[in-house]
Design a protein around this ligand. Structure first.
Ligand SMILES: *Cc1c(COP(=O)(O)O)cnc(C)c1O
Length: 441
């Protein structure tokens, strides 16, 4: 009996369940047609297992719901704001907090304050709203992620790392004064939830310090990144997620946060900075775009749920179950031969649509097609992360991203292992009949 595997399970149990509508293939065919074959436009009522995004889809805990009841809905100076401010300082280590309704609200304010026309903003891969806010403020995004990140088969453990040579070249070409900050993301979303290492972060800090360039952290999934550091990086196995999160942030000057991901709430975000001047400007600007600086577009109860959720998000037990579930799904899909991005990232499984549908040109939207086929098969909704997400250039031409992926994003604390089995089996079924699948216009 010595070799019996010891399984782990979720560090919570269920108190309430949300009932789902089950659909048949004819109903799904009709729903998909009405949605223009775009899974984004489906009604969620027609979806069985919703893996569109992990954004705002988490299940809150009993404590968070209890916190909602303690919302102080004062227009100014709500006690929930002060609680949140304390938690952001304690858990994340940033000095000044400006709450916003979600991550993009923080991106808007930060971009407007720090970016001038003609500036360059290097980053470890783009994110849709982040890049757009940089462009709207007059800046230009430059990708400085390591080349490994663009190769879905490369198993490098830190595919979120910054290529310091690429950054140095940009500094040489444009001059440090044209670079207001490096936009550094943890658990790089568009690369498949791939982490950055502490070693790389330290090197990034040293280089940017030398040139007087800020590092602004897109910390939407920092705790998931910390988990991978704990599992993979030498010297971190015995540190807690909380300690690693704080260390990551210590190499940066400020952060934008979508609390709808890591922080286990359905709405919320913030901008956090260490510089007083930037804080002052942001505090004035948030009033125009979001709301007064002590609520930033949120209700008091939302800030309370966020403060409690941040604490829960950096618990080791939570993160082990969270990422463990994602890895369970990924390994099951891979065992059926479905081509997935490796190593498995923190918030979902990314299927390589180009390998899945090798007969299909990228102009025919392989990832969008695959997302539609999976919905038809099982009612599982996934999201395209490829040529459609990359958008078009100002002249109307398509960007052709190297990665053409379908994202199976796992909401936190929402689905069971049996759901994961259903998802993997559906992907396997579609994979079996892949040769018969045609593209879209
Ligand atoms: C979701 C997300 C954002 C934007 O946050 P919202 O809360 O959706 O506005 C920014 N960066 C990353 C990496 C994200 O995943």
């Amino acid at each position: 009996m010595k070799n019996i595997k010891r399984s782990w399970a979720e560090p919570y149990k269920m108190k309430m369940v949300e009932l789902l509508k089950m659909t048949n293939p004819a109903q799904r065919k009709k729903a998909l047609k009405e949605a223009g074959y775009n899974t984004f436009l489906l009604r969620s009522d027609d979806v069985y297992i919703d893996l569109l995004t992990d954004s705002g889809t988490s299940a809150m805990s009993d404590r968070q719901w209890a916190g909602m009841m303690m919302g102080d809905e004062a227009y100014a100076g709500s006690r929930n704001f002060y609680h949140l401010e304390e938690v952001v300082k304690d858990v994340y280590g940033y000095k000044y907090l400006i709450p916003t309704h979600q991550g993009r609200g923080a991106e808007n304010i930060l971009s407007k304050i720090l970016i001038k026309k003609g500036d360059i903003i290097p980053g470890n891969m783009y994110f849709t709203t982040t890049r757009l806010h940089q462009e709207l403020a007059g800046g230009k995004f430059e990708d400085i992620i390591i080349d490994e990140a663009h190769d879905p088969e490369n198993e490098f453990p830190f595919k979120g790392n910054v290529d310091l040579n690429k950054l140095e070249k940009l500094i040489k070409k444009h001059g440090a004064e044209k670079i207001p900050y490096v936009c550094m993301a943890t658990s790089v979303n568009m690369a498949g939830g791939q982490p950055i290492s502490i070693k790389n972060l330290k090197e990034l800090r040293a280089l940017t310090k030398k040139h007087g360039i800020r590092v602004i952290h897109d910390m939407t999934r920092v705790a998931e990144n910390a988990y991978f550091i704990q599992q993979r990086e030498k010297g971190y196995a015995h540190k807690t997620i909380k300690e690693i999160v704080k260390e990551i942030n210590s190499y940066t000057d400020g952060a934008t946060m979508s609390a709808k991901k890591d922080a286990l709430v359905n709405i919320g975000g913030f901008l956090a900075v260490n510089e007083w001047d930037v804080f002052e400007e942001a505090r004035n600007m948030v009033v125009v775009y979001e709301g007064l600086h002590t609520y930033g577009g949120l209700a008091g109860r939302d800030m309370e749920a966020m403060a409690i959720g941040i604490g829960e998000s950096v618990s080791d037990g939570h993160m082990k179950a969270r990422v463990g579930q994602v890895i369970y799904l990924g390994e099951k899909m891979a065992s059926y031969g479905v081509p997935i991005v490796k190593p498995i990232g923190g918030h979902g499984i990314f299927v390589d649509a180009i390998k899945f549908l090798p007969h299909m040109p990228q102009d025919n939207f392989p990832a969008q097609t695959l997302a539609a086929e999976i919905y038809l098969d099982s009612g599982v909704r996934t999201m395209e992360r490829g040529i459609v997400s990359a958008g078009r250039k100002t002249n109307g031409e398509n960007y052709f991203p190297k990665l053409e992926l379908v994202r199976f994003t796992i909401p936190r604390r929402v689905y069971t292992q049996a759901h994961m089995d259903v998802i993997a089996e559906s992907a396997a079924r579609v994979y079996d009949r892949r040769i018969k699948i045609n593209g879209m216009k």
